[in-house]
Design a protein around this ligand. Structure first.
Ligand SMILES: CC(C)(COP(=O)(O)OP(=O)(O)OC[C@H]1O[C@@H](n2cnc3c(N)ncnc32)[C@H](O)[C@@H]1OP(=O)(O)O)[C@@H](O)C(=O)NCCC(=O)NCCS
Length: 147
C-alpha cells in the first residue's frame, strides 16, 4: 500500500540518530553516527527525515554546491520499501533546493548495489562513469539527472 500521502518531512535532529543508525545498519550503510552528526552542523547540507505514523521511516542527506545537488545518503526502513518513500525523499530534497536553481543531481553508488541502481534508474538518473575502488575494493558508479 502506498504511504506517500501520510509522509511528513522535517529536518533531522540529534534525537533521530538512534533510529537513523538502525536503518543505516539494516541497509548495509557505511556511515558512522559521527558522520550524521557532522551533517547536522554543515551549512550546505540538507538532512531530512520522512516520518510515517510518527516515527522515522527514511532519510536523505544532500549537499547544495555550485549549482548541483550531491546526493550523499538515502535509505528507507526495510518494511516500508517499494511504497514510494524513496521517490518522495528525492522529490522533497529537489523541492527544498529549487530556490538555488540546481542544474543537476549527482551521486555515487556501489557498483554491486543493484537495488539502488535500479531505483535511481527509475528516478530518471543515468550512469555517467565509474570510480575505481571507491569503496575499498568495490567500484562506484557515477549517476546524474538533469533538473
Ligand atoms: C534505494 C531505496 C532508498 C529505495 O527506496 P524505496 O522507498 O523502496 O523506493 P520507492 O518505493 O520510492 O521506489 C521508487 C521506484 O523505484 C523502484 N525501485 C525501488 N527499489 C527498487 C529495486 N530494489 N530494484 C528496482 N527498482 C526499484 C520502484 O519500483 C519504484 O518504481 P515505480 O515508481 O516505477 O513503481 C531503498 O531500497 C533503500 O533504503 N535501500 C538501502 C539503502 C541504499 O542502498 N541506499 C542507496 C545508497 S547509494
Amino acid at each position: 500500500m502506498p504511504v506517500a500521502d501520510s509522509i511528513m518531512f522535517r529536518n533531522a535532529t540529534e534525537a533521530d540518530l538512534d533510529l537513523i543508525m538502525d536503518i543505516e545498519a539494516a541497509s548495509s550503510g557505511r556511515w558512522e553516527r559521527s558522520l550524521f552528526v557532522h551533517e547536522l552542523g554543515t551549512s550546505f547540507s540538507r538532512f531530512i527525515v520522512a516520518e510515517v505514523s510518527g516515527t522515522v521511516a527514511g532519510y536523505i542527506v544532500a549537499w547544495n554546491v555550485a549549482g548541483e545537488i550531491h546526493l550523499n545518503n538515502i535509505a528507507v526502513r526495510q518494511d516500508l520499501r517499494m511504497r514510494g518513500l524513496g521517490r518522495s525523499l528525492i522529490g522533497r530534497i529537489v523541492e527544498i533546493l529549487a530556490p538555488f536553481g540546481p542544474e543537476k543531481i549527482l551521486l555515487e553508488v556501489n557498483e554491486k548495489n543493484a537495488a539502488a541502481r535500479g531505483f535511481y534508474r527509475k528516478m530518471g538518473f543515468t550512469e555517467t562513469g565509474v570510480r575505481k575502488k571507491y569503496y575499498d575494493d568495490d567500484n562506484a558508479v557515477l549517476m546524474e539527472k538533469k533538473l
